[in-house]
Design a protein around this ligand. Structure first.
Ligand SMILES: *[C@@H]1O[C@H](CO)[C@@H](O)[C@H](O)[C@H]1NC(C)=O
Ligand SMILES: *[C@@H]1O[C@H](CO)[C@@H](O)[C@H](O)[C@H]1NC(C)=O
Ligand SMILES: *[C@@H]1O[C@H](CO)[C@@H](O)[C@H](O)[C@H]1NC(C)=O
Ligand SMILES: *[C@@H]1O[C@H](CO)[C@@H](O)[C@H](O)[C@H]1NC(C)=O
Ligand SMILES: *[C@@H]1O[C@H](CO)[C@@H](O)[C@H](O)[C@H]1NC(C)=O
Ligand SMILES: *[C@@H]1O[C@H](CO)[C@@H](O)[C@H](O)[C@H]1NC(C)=O
Ligand SMILES: *[C@@H]1O[C@H](CO)[C@@H](O)[C@H](O)[C@H]1NC(C)=O
Ligand SMILES: *[C@@H]1O[C@H](CO)[C@@H](O)[C@H](O)[C@H]1NC(C)=O
Ligand SMILES: *[C@@H]1O[C@H](CO)[C@@H](O)[C@H](O)[C@H]1NC(C)=O
Length: 493
């Protein structure tokens, strides 16, 4: 009898008490990690925003700062946005607007978000604007949308502010002030449910850019606004390893199941990277930056003309590879400092020699806009350079992926290849510099950018439901081979 009880007690300890203790410790550990560490700096006073209800929604209390943005492009209003986003639609049937591509979601199972009424009615709302659309005289004044833009990165903020202004959407920008790997001040209490509810009632669109994990609270809580993830910088950046699994699982389900969540990437590597980290992104827009330089870099005129190439002393390999090679072949060149003064300075040189250090840089589009000619190593030479330990490139593994370089490194993408000058051997450079008509190239890149701007604005108009979605990219299968996906069941190897 006594013995039996002992055994029962032992079992009880092992089956109940230990697990309870274990999970309690685990739970407490998790809670500790989810909690924002450190105090929010109360001194950061919100600037007066264009938002009338700022006092009701004091973002400071939630760990955000309101940013008043400055549109850097003086002549921005000269862009004829109507002709860019609205086609001459003489077709009264309005087929364009009836077929909502988002309804063909059969591929993507288990829509966990049931509150999609908002979404369903979108196209009908738009149709009223377009019914009488028989010429270019389209009034888009009534297309005034409220957008909340969440970002910590000045470049993305000013880029989107420009886009928002062009598309006539009312943009409120907030910048998280909590740590990069932390969560907002509301997180402790109710995981921000009420904050998210308030934001999602107030704004039709919530765009999270730069640090995508800042979007976490918007997809773990109910939100009737359209949530847009603008990925520029790896979607899981700064996520602590302790919460990574949860993060990937949640964002994976949201991307697949939540029809009110839209992914925009500013370079093609982002969806591939997500795939290699177990998250399949089946639908997304690829929209590159518009490339406007900050206004303070455009004030000064640069009329000087340099009859030589230049390179920017940016990465370790510029010192260790570019410089010694240029000296060795005896070509005339200028070494520019890391802060070289903006694209107008670069455009005064014959061309800028660049050894790519990232799959994509926003400066690439900026250089196109202001007429900078760029010389790059050929893909063959680039692959060779990647083997060099002195060469800095965070995605060296792409050279072993089929078409990895041409698909995911923008400098080798077929969309841009005709805009660059490539060299295959250092010894070829003097001849290339001598014989290439760089003035033509400078004109070509500017023209290209004018066209690209139309495209990008048109795509943003689609993202913001100003016009119907037409150019969303759909991948039926993940872009990579992966053993384990958080949100994809298909066999993939
Ligand atoms: C917002 O809240 C902070 C701290 O609670 C306060 O210091 C600040 O004055 C408030 N700002 C506005 C605009 O009400
Ligand atoms: C739109 O239609 C008008 C009148 O038919 C025409 O003059 C104009 O060139 C068209 N614009 C475009 C961009 O096709
Ligand atoms: C819309 O769908 C109908 C029938 O499903 C099809 O005939 C038509 O071509 C589609 N229109 C567009 C613009 O895709
Ligand atoms: C989808 O839902 C069904 C039934 O509710 C379930 O059997 C299936 O496992 C779910 N699939 C995913 C990917 O969650
Ligand atoms: C969508 O339309 C239906 C029927 O027209 C309506 O009952 C519903 O309230 C609408 N939803 C929203 C969010 O406007
Ligand atoms: C479209 O035209 C019809 C008849 O011409 C008119 O009754 C209607 O109000 C117009 N709609 C809009 C949105 O302008
Ligand atoms: C867009 O981003 C780039 C890169 O960060 C930045 O240099 C540029 O100023 C931004 N555009 C605008 C309009 O400010
Ligand atoms: C590479 O450059 C750094 C300075 O940026 C220098 O300290 C280092 O010695 C160089 N390495 C080689 C192998 O040249
Ligand atoms: C969208 O797709 C249509 C049809 O494929 C194409 O004609 C158009 O140029 C695309 N627009 C953009 C902005 O990519």
């Amino acid at each position: 009898m006594f013995k039996k009880t002992m055994i029962r007690n032992d079992k009880f300890i092992f089956r109940v008490i230990f697990p309870v203790l274990f999970f309690s410790v685990l739970f407490i550990t998790l809670i500790q990690n989810l909690k924002p560490v450190g105090k929010f700096n109360e001194d950061i006073l919100n600037k007066v925003s264009r938002d009338d209800n700022i006092n009701v929604l004091n973002f400071t209390n939630f760990g955000y700062k309101i940013i008043e943005y400055q549109i850097s492009y003086k002549n921005i209003k000269n862009v004829d946005i109507k002709s860019i986003i609205f086609k001459n639609n003489t077709n009264t049937e309005n087929n364009n607007f009836k077929n909502n591509t988002n309804t063909e979601n059969n591929n993507f199972k288990n829509n966990t978000n049931t509150e999609n009424n908002n979404f369903k009615n979108n196209t009908n709302i738009e149709n009223d604007n377009f019914k009488n659309n028989t010429n270019t005289e389209i009034k888009n004044s009534n297309i005034k949308k409220n957008v909340l833009y969440v970002s910590r990165h000045e470049g993305t903020i000013s880029n989107f502010s420009t886009i928002g202004s062009l598309l006539n959407v009312h943009t409120t920008v907030i910048q998280p002030k909590y740590g990069f790997n932390q969560r907002p001040n509301c997180f402790e209490k109710d995981r921000c449910r009420s904050f998210v509810e308030m934001m999602c009632n107030k704004y039709e669109f919530i765009i999270i850019s730069d640090i995508i994990p800042d979007s976490y609270i918007f997809f773990i809580n109910p939100c009737k606004a359209k949530v847009i993830l603008e990925i520029t910088n790896r979607f899981d950046i700064f996520v602590n390893s302790q919460v990574k699994d949860d993060y990937l699982h949640r964002i994976g389900s949201a991307i697949l199941g939540n029809r009110n969540l839209v992914v925009v990437e500013n370079n093609p590597f982002e969806t591939y990277y997500a795939c290699t980290h177990g998250v399949f992104i089946p639908k997304y827009y690829l929209i590159r930056p518009l490339g406007y330089a900050p206004y303070y870099l455009l004030n000064e005129e640069h009329k000087e003309v340099h009859d030589e190439i230049a390179f920017i002393d940016h990465s370790k390999h510029d010192k260790n590879i570019t410089l010694p090679n240029l000296e060795r072949i005896g070509i005339k060149f200028t070494k520019l400092p890391h802060r070289y003064g903006g694209p107008l300075v670069l455009s005064t040189y014959k061309a800028i020699l660049m050894l790519p250090y990232q799959v994509s840089i926003m400066k690439m589009m900026e250089n196109f806009r202001y007429g900078v000619a760029v010389i790059l190593p050929s893909e063959r030479l680039f692959r060779e350079l990647l083997n060099d330990n002195l060469y800095v490139f965070s995605q060296k593994e792409l050279k072993d992926v089929k078409d990895g370089i041409s698909k995911y490194v923008e400098f080798y993408n077929s969309e841009f290849k005709h805009l660059f000058v490539y060299f295959d051997k250092w010894e070829d450079l003097p001849n290339i510099v001598e014989t290439t008509n760089f003035d033509d190239i400078k004109e070509n890149v500017k023209t290209f950018m004018k066209e690209y701007e139309k495209k990008a604005l048109n795509l943003w108009a689609q993202v913001l439901d100003v016009i119907p979605s037409e150019n969303i990219t759909i991948d039926k299968e993940p872009l990579c081979k992966n053993q384990r996906f958080y949100n994809y069941l298909g066999v993939n190897n």
